[in-house]
Write a protein that binds this ligand. Structure first.
Ligand SMILES: [Ca+2]
Ligand SMILES: [Ca+2]
Ligand SMILES: [Ca+2]
Length: 379
């Protein structure tokens, strides 16, 4: 059976019937080229000879790729077929453009039913997967390219693989790697001995605010040689000084080779455990002592270590008796320490209110309430 992308393919009639139709088709095409399809003075317009390669050789499938250069006329149809070595049984699929259907139908000789697969516009495929083949058997594949100026064909023999299908999966659904601790071993397994070299591409997706700086040790690929069914690699959670709870890394498989489908689990999540506790906020006054005559002190805040969430500090100032609320003004009440930093932004100042009274030094208590989604202590 033939298969390609979303198309539903079917096998077609035996060789003898098919070859008879092909001869009629060729004669008709030659007449068309001389009458309506070819401008005066143009060369015949036969397509270039198809060049074939086998891109994927499963145990029961062959994926054939080909190129067939166009000449003066566009290619309207490909016939792709195969013969099992020594059997003589040929199966064929015809791929044609809508344009080919129209042109051939106009002649009254061939109709759309002569094309097993009709392709939109001029987009003819240049690869096809042949299914339900025998394992380890040679097949002669032929590709014929048709234009209104004639046809070209070529064939090549490819052998299906004898290697068994194997599934690939992770050893566990979840792993945990902790900052400051040795690497965590992650395992990838094959269901059975692959009996050939299998290269499995890995994908990595940081989650929960993690970046590629938060871990290391994931290889781009894992390679199994014949006889090997398990491979491991170590993932290290990067030791940093940031309070960054909740980060993780999702592992998956990239495009897997032919005959190596994904088993279960096909994805694994590696938790990246933080080893920092919540940071502590400290308030600062600069200067700590100000003159009553409009002296100004600037309020700032710092964190003991960075957090990957922002910290908001609501500042308040309270007079200590005999000071009273009228002895000072506070310019604003909010400071912010951005994620990943330890120093506040925003401007909060305390200004002394001048008066003409003789009085002893007074004290103002400045305090703050800090919030951070990752947790914070103080001030
Ligand atoms: Ca981290
Ligand atoms: Ca740390
Ligand atoms: Ca950390």
């Amino acid at each position: 059976m033939f298969r390609k992308g979303g198309y539903c393919q079917r096998s077609v009639a035996p060789a003898r019937t098919r070859l008879g139709r092909a001869r009629i088709c060729l004669l008709t095409l030659a007449l068309l080229a001389g009458s309506a399809g070819q401008a005066l003075g143009q060369p015949p317009g036969k397509p270039g000879t198809p060049q074939l390669t086998a891109g994927g050789r499963g145990t029961t499938t062959l994926t054939i790729h080909w190129t067939a250069p166009e000449s003066t006329h566009p290619i309207l149809r490909y016939n792709i077929g195969y013969t099992e070595t020594g059997s003589g049984t040929r199966k064929t699929v015809r791929l044609c453009t809508t344009d080919a259907n129209d042109r051939l139908a106009d002649t009254g000789v061939l109709t759309a039913r002569n094309c097993n697969q009709t392709v939109s516009g001029s987009e003819l495929p240049t690869s096809w997967t042949i299914e339900d083949l025998a394992s380890g058997v040679g097949y002669t594949i032929f590709v014929r390219a048709f234009s209104i100026g004639g046809r070209s064909e070529n064939s090549a023999t490819f052998v299906t693989s004898t290697a068994p299908n194997v599934t690939v999966q992770f050893g566990q659904d979840t792993y945990t790697a902790t900052e400051g601790e040795p690497p965590t071993s992650v395992t990838v397994t094959l269901s059975v001995d692959p009996k050939r070299t299998v290269v499995v591409p890995l994908t990595t997706t940081p989650l929960g605010g993690a970046t590629t700086a938060d871990y290391s040790g994931v290889p781009a690929t894992v390679t199994f040689q014949a006889g090997e069914t398990s491979q491991s690699f170590g993932i290290t959670a990067t030791q940093d000084s940031v309070d960054d709870d909740g980060e993780s890394l999702q592992l998956g498989f990239g495009t897997l080779p032919t005959g190596v489908p994904a088993g279960a689990p096909a994805m694994s999540t590696v938790g990246l455990e933080d080893d920092e506790g919540p940071p502590t906020v400290t308030l600062h006054l600069d200067p700590a002592s100000i003159s009553e005559d409009r002296g100004v002190s600037t309020v700032t805040a710092t964190l003991s270590h960075a957090s990957n969430a922002p910290t908001t500090i609501t500042v308040s100032a309270t007079p200590v008796a005999p000071a009273v609320a009228g002895d000072f003004t506070l310019s604003a009440t909010t400071l912010t320490i951005p994620a990943g930093t330890t120093t506040s932004t925003g401007s909060v100042t305390l200004t002394a209110v001048d008066n003409a009274l003789a009085a002893p030094d007074k004290t103002i208590t400045v305090a703050g309430t800090a919030t951070n989604s990752q947790g914070v202590t103080g001030p």
